[in-house]
Design a protein around this ligand. Structure first.
Ligand code: ADP
Length: 385
């Protein structure tokens, strides 16, 4: 097995946000060297990685020159320059996840088409070049309300998604190349994170259940274990494993799924990297998702994924109406909550609904953990003074 410690072996990470920070922290424990490429040296990961390189992960030359200096290159964000990754791969640099998988995942339209072609379950969808074509299709009765419009390339954390429930929502239609999906009758939104290494070993974390902030359309709470039957959990895990094999990728794949009112499971979308739906694993699983991603991309044996405790993760979001230097009002009161563990990302500026940190509450009783997490959500206010 290859030696990666004290050998100058370097893991390169494109992106220096909170996911890069938590990857670098996981690597620190093993003295594994991490290099990070991103624009500004005050980004969350900059202080904890071995070396911060200033540049853009969207720029061909910056990615290429960075990649030439590391032994394996990975990501914390999908929207990176994949042409540079393809060239690096041709020249012998290991790139995980593969640029081919990234090119499919980066475009929600191509991603949905991939599931259809692979026989993986997902909702129906149609392609539209822009807002005018969508309005025309509504007038002609081709698109029926309710529906969901998703920008093919501009989306993350609920941005680039317009949920059209009634005619009154029609002014939300975005003018962007999009897919249009019927509104799914969702019973629960769940996620399964799987990992795969170069040897083809695959392991899945237990499924989690997600609860969304109704205004911002992004994950607010996450519950582990998910309140689903064993049969649904087994089916969701099987779909996640089939999906990572279909993409033929190494590293983590977070598979976001809809459990419908008819108990069908549909793939919503995936992320080939550590993901918000796995943050609780730092505090309540034998192996964290960040350790697992590193194990996978360096082709080491994967770690056990069992939960060590029920847990609830709550995203600590910037308060609505506040943009500017961040102030964590009543954080001390939250620290008094038994079993709560805090992860602040070090972003100096808050914005409405910006992910500023997360807390994981571990408790032998999931309902008690939920109450504590809701208390944190109601108490802590990330504001400007
Ligand atoms: P993002 O990439 O921004 O996370 P998603 O595609 O995951 O966007 O959509 C965000 C949320 O919108 C989903 O988690 C879900 O709550 C809702 N949503 C998306 N697609 C559908 C759909 N077809 N039917 C019902 N709700 C949907």
């Amino acid at each position: 097995m290859k030696e990666i410690i004290n050998t100058g072996f370097k893991v390169g990470i494109l992106g220096g946000g909170q996911l890069g920070k938590m990857l670098a922290l996981a690597a620190q424990n093993w003295e594994l060297e991490t290099w990070i490429l991103d624009e500004a040296p005050d980004f969350p990961a900059a202080n904890v990685c071995s070396k911060f390189v200033k540049g853009s992960f969207k720029d061909f030359d910056d990615v290429y020159n960075f990649g030439k200096q590391v032994d394996v290159l990975t990501i914390e964000i999908e929207h990176v320059n994949t042409d540079a990754l393809l060239k690096l791969e041709e020249e012998g640099v290991k790139v995980h996840p593969s640029p081919r998988a990234l090119n499919i995942i980066k475009d929600k339209g191509i991603q949905k088409q991939f599931y259809k072609d692979q026989g993986l379950p997902t909702s129906d969808f149609e392609f539209y070049p822009g807002g005018a074509a969508i309005r025309e299709a509504i007038d002609q009765g081709i698109i029926k309300i309710p529906f969901v419009q998703k920008s093919r390339t501009a989306g993350y954390d609920g941005k680039g998604v317009a949920v059209i429930r009634t005619e009154g929502d029609l002014d939300k239609i975005m003018d962007a190349a999009s897919i249009v999906e019927p509104l799914v009758d969702i019973q629960k939104e769940i996620a399964v994170i799987v990992a795969r290494n170069e040897d083809g070993e695959i392991r899945a974390f237990p499924a989690v259940e997600m609860e969304f902030n109704p205004i911002a359309n992004l994950v607010e709470f996450l519950f582990c274990p998910a309140n689903i039957s064993e049969a649904i959990e087994a089916e969701a895990t099987k779909i996640a494993k089939e999906t990572i094999e279909a993409y033929d990728l190494c590293g983590l794949l977070a598979v976001e799924l809809f459990l419908t009112n008819d108990n069908d499971i549909l793939i919503n979308e995936v992320a080939p990297r550590p993901h918000n739906s796995g943050h609780h694993t730092i505090d309540s699983a034998i192996t964290s998702q960040f350790q697992q991603h590193l194990r996978a991309v360096v082709n080491y044996p994967l770690g056990a994924t069992d939960a060590t405790s029920p847990s609830v993760m709550v995203n600590l979001l910037g308060a609505a109406g506040h943009t500017g230097p961040a102030h964590y009002a009543d954080l001390d009161k939250c620290f008094a909550i038994e079993g709560a563990k805090f992860h602040l990302y070090g972003k100096t500026v808050t914005k409405p609904f910006r992910k500023m940190g997360h807390a994981t509450v571990v408790d032998t009783d999931l309902d008690a953990a939920k109450e504590k997490a809701r208390a944190i959500n109601q108490t802590l206010r990330i504001i400007t003074k």
